[in-house]
Design a protein around this ligand. Structure first.
Ligand code: SAM
Length: 234
């Protein structure tokens, strides 16, 4: 998977151009040469055999060979709403959610949230999605949505068929119940201070199920990764 590169516009003809960080990575870090062969993906679900034709200062010209539809996605939609932790833990979280196949991540603004993700922070996380996708072989990018209030997130999940709110302790839904087939699962994970009682009640009123991840209190990013993993392998 190490020679995969992302092109941020649809690959439709016999050529493509790598620009920005991808061009820098290929020419400066990987020290590519004309004639080198690698894999390109454009987020459409396909990957493409490609050959380096010209290496410029800020762009690399590629010729495109075979197009292959390679499906490494989950067969259901998995949306994780999470009140983001601070600093580097955000990037770690995003990387793991990409690896697990999560479809969308929505930064939640809850009563006790500390990190308020802004434009630049979201762009950095979207870049982390590309890096993780290059590494793990995904040909579709996990979406990082704009930050959402908890209320709006609950509303947006109304047409999903499984809604889970992670909340310790004394939660009652067990892993076995996750095994029923679902096509659209939505999960909410709270901030370091947890969801307020009002937020939990608000979710339950809208038919969300509380879910326990065991008797220990996990950090937000651990909880988000643990519940995504449990759903993916159930
Ligand atoms: N004192 C806070 C509380 O009681 O909610 C702890 C919050 S925890 C650090 C951050 C978030 O991770 C929680 O809001 C919850 O969504 C999730 N979480 C952590 N441990 C959990 C567990 N054992 N079961 C379910 N969710 C958990």
């Amino acid at each position: 998977m190490s020679r995969r590169f992302f092109v941020d516009s649809p690959i439709i003809g016999e050529t493509a151009v790598l620009t920005g960080q991808e061009a820098q990575h290929l020419s400066k870090v990987m020290r590519a040469k004309v004639g080198d062969e690698l894999i390109l993906f454009d987020g459409s679900g396909a990957e493409f055999a490609a050959r380096v034709e010209n290496i410029g200062r800020s762009a690399v010209d590629m010729s495109i060979g075979e197009r292959c539809e390679v499906d490494r996605e989950l067969h259901f939609r998995l949306v994780i709403g999470v009140s983001l932790p601070k600093g580097d833990r955000q990037r770690w979280l995003v990387e793991k959610l990409v690896e697990l196949g999560v479809t969308e991540t929505v930064p939640l603004v809850t009563a006790r949230s500390v990190a308020q993700p802004n434009g630049n922070a979201l762009e950095r996380l979207r870049r982390a999605v590309i890096e993780a996708s290059k590494q793990c072989g995904r040909n579709r990018l996990m979406a990082i949505r704009e930050a959402s209030t908890f209320e709006a997130f609950l509303t947006s999940a109304a047409d999903s068929d499984r809604r889970l709110i992670a909340h310790p302790p004394n939660s009652h839904e067990v892993a076995a119940t996750w095994k029923s087939p679902s096509s659209h699962v939505v999960v909410a994970v709270g901030p370091e201070g947890g969801f307020t009682d009002e937020e939990v009640a608000q979710a339950e009123t809208r038919r969300w199920n509380k879910v326990s991840l065991g008797s220990r209190v996990l950090r937000t990013e651990t909880a988000a990764v643990a519940i995504a993993a449990a759903i993916v392998i159930a």
